[in-house]
Design a protein around this ligand. Sequence first.
Ligand code: ADP
Ligand code: MG
Length: 243
Amino acid sequence: MSEAAVNIDNLNVHFGGLHAVRDAHFSVRPGECYGIVGESGSGKSTILRAISGLNPTWTGTIEINGIQQTPHRPKSFYRTVQMVFQDPYSSLHPRHTIDRTLSEPISIFRLDRAEERVRSALERVGLRPSFRFRYPHQLSGGQRQRVAIARALILEPSILLLDEPTSALDVSIQAEVLNLLKELLVSSGLTMVLVSHNLAVVAHMCQRVAVMNGGSIVEETTADALRDGRVREDYTAQLLAAT
Ligand code: ADP
Ligand code: MG
């Protein structure tokens, strides 16, 4: 049995008096897309931010590729784990060209073949090479999110954390970006953790799904069970009914 790509155990996050994540545990297999669903405020982003090193105030166990993580990550961590946010502007500087945005991690890590890496990252997300001369405001919302995904891929990480990656997009564009993520999942062997308040989005991408409510994972289920309405928890049934 190969080891988990991400293994979470007894994870807790407090913000002052708020217990935002409570005893969370789950395990993500290499090459799998693991889903986390739940209403707004249930603690989904807080879990991803703990995994990604963005929030250092957690307790418990986070293992990435078998390596136990501490709250503060070494620079090399970001060659393995990258995150995509709901708002592409979280990853794109509004006054930098796409080329500069994509080249920056390459120069931080002193990698060679910068131009080739930029070209290939754009190709992987379905954008023409000439897009590198544009600024974010010259792109559509879907194209901006594609660039944010390209930026997350530029260091060739093995794990991608996706926080509501399609929630800010027009409905017609959501499917395009989801299909791109699915292609990447199937073709590249990437491991993904996908967070969304939208059950349909998670069911499209993931087989195994954790359902969160009020900081706790109340149920771990599958996309098939969700589609068939076979759920154990009332809360999950309510989420299904609201979709
Ligand atoms: P979700 O992503 O499921 O919508 P979050 O993980 O963003 O939920 O938030 C979970 C809870 O933690 C919410 O009540 C939110 O207000 C709170 N929270 C999140 N981040 C912070 C923070 N940096 N400081 C204080 N409270 C926070
Ligand atoms: Mg969130």
